[in-house]
Design a binder for this molecule. Structure first.
Ligand SMILES: [Cu+2]
Length: 160
């Protein structure tokens, strides 16, 4: 068996798994009437956090594919004790960040979370995060729906 064949087999298996998972969640949705997420996260990344650093931030674009405005109200990751929704603001000539209770994703629109603006803040990091690593993130919307994704770690500049 060549490496090529092994890789092919692996991707086929991965594909089959994805199909099964979609079928399961579709079934769960109709059975429990859980609201569909309608919000997706694209371009997500996490700022690198060397050993000893217990805090970092996640940036992403949240896209709303529905005609109803939705809000991100909370979230969690597999590498931190807590996740807070934050924003950066200029106050008396100083950039300050503070927690916000929710981040609105407009109907058929998007919310940009990026350095210097809105972001997700992770507190109580359980391990160092280095470029090439990745973090599992789950966000909860005001509808109760959850948005899960994997965000790669990037080494970039200073803290937001
Ligand atoms: Cu912050």
């Amino acid at each position: 068996m060549t490496t090529h064949h092994t890789i092919m087999r692996r991707s086929m298996r991965a594909l089959a798994l994805v199909t099964t998972l979609s079928a399961v969640s579709a079934g769960a949705l109709s059975a429990q009437a859980t609201p569909a997420a309608a919000v997706t996260a694209t371009g997500a990344w996490v700022r690198e956090a060397p050993a000893g650093r217990k805090v970092t931030a996640i940036f992403l674009t949240a896209q709303n594919t529905s005609g109803t405005a939705r809000s991100i109200v909370s979230g969690s990751t597999d590498v931190s004790d807590t996740l807070e929704l934050h924003e950066m603001k200029r106050e008396n000539g100083m950039m300050r960040m503070s927690p916000v209770s929710s981040i609105v994703v407009p109907a058929n629109g998007k919310a940009e979370l990026r350095p210097g603006g809105l972001h997700l803040m992770l507190f109580g990091l359980k391990r160092p995060l280095v470029a090439g690593d990745s973090v599992h993130v789950t966000l909860t919307l005001d509808s109760g729906a959850r948005v899960s994704f994997v965000a790669p770690v990037r080494a970039m500049g200073s803290m937001p």
